[in-house]
Design a protein around this ligand. Structure first.
Ligand SMILES: N[C@@H](CCC(=O)N[C@@H](CS)C(=O)NCC(=O)O)C(=O)O
Length: 229
């Protein structure tokens, strides 16, 4: 038996998904923060995957890709309780939707305007592990790249402001609860933890206040926070 680890980038939304589940289950897992400029080298043990998060369990088994990692952890340490509804149409389609639409919504809210991109990049440069020079390079050169190339294109294509996009996602999500507190019903399930991870990844940044204006979304978010140990 060895110590279980989770390789992460501090601000990576996919890492936040797995982190939340680990906190919920109260598992003893060491987080290893990867240097953002050295992912390939530091994740060489993943045989070419080279992305975070990477989970290594107590037996040394390496699992990659956030949703499969969540399913693996739930099955191995929690009797599969959270993914009990897997195979059911409502569950499968919402999980696929969250992994596609919520994932795509993270870049616009963080980098969708010049001001947002500048403040996000500075914050990322503080939170992530970088070398001395690359931290400064990233803080000043990173934002025009994210803003100019990726985020602006995405915002334009969608046609909604990043705030409206998030509010629409939260309205759609919370409307699917059938009167319960969670998508999973009385208790959250794996879909709730996946969605929560994407939303929580915005929480270190000041744009999170735009999401806080969604009343039902925040009610759900706060209940999810109470699920953490
Ligand atoms: N589908 C993967 C995506 C993981 C991913 O794209 N991670 C990013 C950070 S947020 C990464 O490690 N990028 C480094 C690289 O692509 O070199 C998951 O859900 O885990």
């Amino acid at each position: 038996m060895s110590q279980a680890t989770l390789h992460v980038l501090q601000t990576c939304p996919f890492s936040w998904k797995v982190r939340g589940l680990i906190e919920h289950l109260g598992l003893d897992v060491d987080e290893v923060q990867v240097n953002a400029m050295r992912t390939k080298k530091e994740l060489a043990f993943t045989n070419g995957w080279n992305k975070v998060p990477v989970f290594t369990d107590n037996d040394g088994e390496v699992v990659v890709d956030s949703t499969p990692i969540m399913v693996y952890i739930d099955e191995k340490y929690n009797d599969g309780v959270l993914s009990d509804n897997s195979g059911n149409e409502r569950y499968d389609s919402m999980l696929a939707h969250v992994d596609e639409a919520w994932k795509r919504a993270t870049i616009p809210i963080l980098y969708g305007s010049l001001g947002a991109a500048l403040s996000t990049t500075r914050r990322v440069s503080k939170l992530e592990k970088f070398g001395f020079i690359s931290r400064r390079l990233y803080a000043w050169a990173g934002f025009p790249i994210m803003w100019g190339i990726i985020a602006r294109k995405r915002v334009k294509k969608d046609g909604r402001t990043p705030k409206k996009l998030w509010h629409d996602l939260l309205t759609e999500y919370t409307s699917s609860f059938d009167g319960h507190a969670y998508f999973g019903g009385v208790e959250p399930n794996l879909v709730d933890f996946a969605a929560f991870g994407y939303m929580r990844s915005i929480s270190p940044f000041k744009q999170f206040k735009l999401l806080e204006e969604h009343e039902l979304g925040m009610k759900w978010y706060k209940s999810m926070e109470r699920q953490l140990k």
